[in-house]
Design a protein around this ligand. Structure first.
Ligand code: PGA
Length: 259
């Protein structure tokens, strides 16, 4: 199945950026530009992942638009004594339909391991959220030719607890926030490997319909060549998603893509 049969996703990961006023301005720029950008195509999912404190502000701003909302992380428990954490039901209550699980900055900053990420992904679907499971190798792992082994380990662990549904984001750590984007060939090789591994884990059919996004220095000048690859189904965008013009251009490329 070519990626023409999978609806592309343009996802904005705002990370720990913006105050409420900035978020309002950014959302207004996006909702104002969106109809024109999607006109005649309309075939892309657009999701924003703001900091937890901005969720209700963003939910209000994007109401009635084609934009969906997601959390950047969640605790696997539904409630309880977990100071500083946010739960799946709380994200859903704030208007989220999606949640990031296992972003490399969570793995690095908070010591999240593969097993915990698997539990989060399962808890997400138990609470009606769609997990966007993030994985990718470090520069050292790539140089040591460990890339495929790392991807297989991360993907297997993330799916061990059998989340009911999921999408994947391949984010090589060496490309995140560095300006050093993966070449289309390197990204396609990783995406194809992930899809083949998915087929082993969850069957051909689900592997063929799962969206695998690329993340790591994606910007308007490199996304067209990336999405032209057979197994690349959209983008998880950090830095460029904080600029409405740049993110709208990325949405445009996704929406016009026809496999
Ligand atoms: P970047 O971040 O686009 O700024 O490289 C991507 C991500 O970490 O999701």
């Amino acid at each position: 199945m070519s990626n023409g049969n999978r609806r592309p996703v343009a996802a904005g990961n705002w990370k720990m950026n913006l105050l409420r006023r900035d978020a309002e301005v950014l959302c207004q720029g996006l909702t104002g530009g969106l109809p024109a950008k999607l006109e005649g195509a309309g075939a892309a999912d657009v999701v924003l992942f703001p900091t937890a404190t901005l969720l209700t502000t963003v939910a209000r701003q994007i109401q009635g638009s084609a934009i969906s909302l997601g959390g950047q992380d969640m605790h696997p428990d539904a409630s309880g004594a977990h100071t500083g954490d946010v739960s799946g039901p709380q994200l859903a209550d704030a208007g989220c339909g999606w949640v990031l699980c296992g972003h490399s900055e969570r793995r690095q900053d908070h010591g999240e391991d593969d097993a915990l990420i698997g539990r989060k992904a399962r808890a997400a679907t138990d609470h009606g959220l769609l997990p966007l499971i993030c994985l990718g190798e470090s520069g050292n792992e790539r140089r040591a030719e460990q890339t495929l082994a790392v991807l297989r380990r991360q993907l297997t662990a993330a799916l061990a607890s059998k989340p009911a549904s999921f999408e994947i984001a391949y984010e090589p750590i060496w490309a995140i926030g560095t300006g050093e984007v993966a070449t289309p060939e390197i990204a396609q090789q990783a995406h194809a490997f992930l899809r083949q591994t998915l087929a082993e884990l969850v069957g051909e059919e689900r592997a063929a319909t799962t969206r695998i996004l690329y993340g790591g220095s994606a910007n308007p000048s490199n996304v067209a060549d990336l999405i032209a690859q057979r197994d690349i189904d959209g983008f998880l965008v950090g830095g460029a998603s904080l600029d409405s013009g740049k993110f709208l251009d990325i949405i445009d490329v996704c929406a016009r893509h026809r496999g």
